[in-house]
Design a protein around this ligand. Structure first.
Ligand code: TMP
Ligand code: ASP
Length: 238
């Protein structure tokens, strides 16, 4: 059997139900648009566990998502969606490409969250775009874009509070959205939410607990992910 789609960190598989897919988390890690590659034992499992708990929490908070249920250690069932080619990034503190672009030092706290959009394209390196680019490239309508912005800010509020309970600062994160295959008028949150696509800093020590450990060769990458999972488990259970 061939997957319907294979990305850098996940595979999508068909199921008996044409409106349901199986999403498999791989152990592959990439950074800098796939330039840097590695494999980490347990990465698929850790990201699946973390993402599943967070999706459950978001659903409970009333955020519509593609998530249906966890199947096993590295697989979940999701509603089939058509992924929007616009990625949504929310930033609470300066880090990563924001610092590179502006020269600002990492850690500057924003007075309000920054929402930014980029084109989902490895070839182009996920370039930052504004509303006018998105309109002319027909990537989303103005109405869709307003919805994405509002949803991303709502997720930021929910997850900011959630990760604070985990003793973690939610520095920034990337979201993807999709149109439900069986009702394209509905846009839902899709993809994973894990330390691959979020920056998380320990509230006390400031230590990085996310994929920056891999990007910057800080070591103990999976140890940090495992620690995030333990804290997330405690926060949802408590
Ligand atoms: P950036 O600072 O590199 O633009 O990243 C912002 C956030 O988005 C960070 O938490 C990592 C996440 N991200 C992804 O999940 N995938 C990507 O391809 C990129 C560029 C960033
Ligand atoms: N996700 C992108 C990649 O795999 C960029 C990154 O996260 O640094 O290359």
């Amino acid at each position: 059997m061939e997957p319907l789609y294979e990305g850098k960190a996940k595979r999508l598989w068909a199921t008996e139900d044409p409106e349901v897919l199986r999403m498999e988390f791989k152990n592959d890690a990439t950074a800098f648009n796939g330039e840097k590659k590695a494999q980490f034992e347990n990465k698929g499992r850790l990201n699946n566990e973390i993402s599943t708990l967070i999706y459950g929490y978001l659903e409970k908070e009333g955020v519509p998502t593609h998530f249906i249920r966890q199947i096993d250690a590295t697989n979940v069932e999701v509603h089939k969606v058509e992924i929007l080619m616009v990625e949504v990034i929310v930033r609470n503190l300066a880090a990563g490409s924001f610092c590179k672009r502006t020269g600002v030092e990492e850690g500057m706290v924003f007075s309000q969250p920054i929402v930014e959009f980029s084109i989902k394209s490895d070839e182009l390196g996920d370039p930052l775009v504004n509303d006018d680019y998105i309109r002319e490239l027909k990537l989303a309508t103005a109405e869709d874009l307003a919805f994405l912005r509002k949803s991303a800010l709502r997720v930021n509020e929910i997850l900011g509070g959630f990760f604070a309970e985990c003793g973690l600062k939610l520095v920034d994160f990337k979201l993807e959205f999709g149109r439900l295959a069986n009702d394209p008028s509905k846009i839902v949150l899709a993809d994973e939410i894990s330390p691959d696509g979020c920056r998380l800093w320990d509230l006390k020590s400031g230590e990085k607990m996310d994929k920056d450990r891999f990007r910057r060769d800080l070591g103990d990458v999976m140890e940090a992910y495992a620690e995030v999972l333990e804290r997330v488990k405690l926060a949802v259970g408590g």
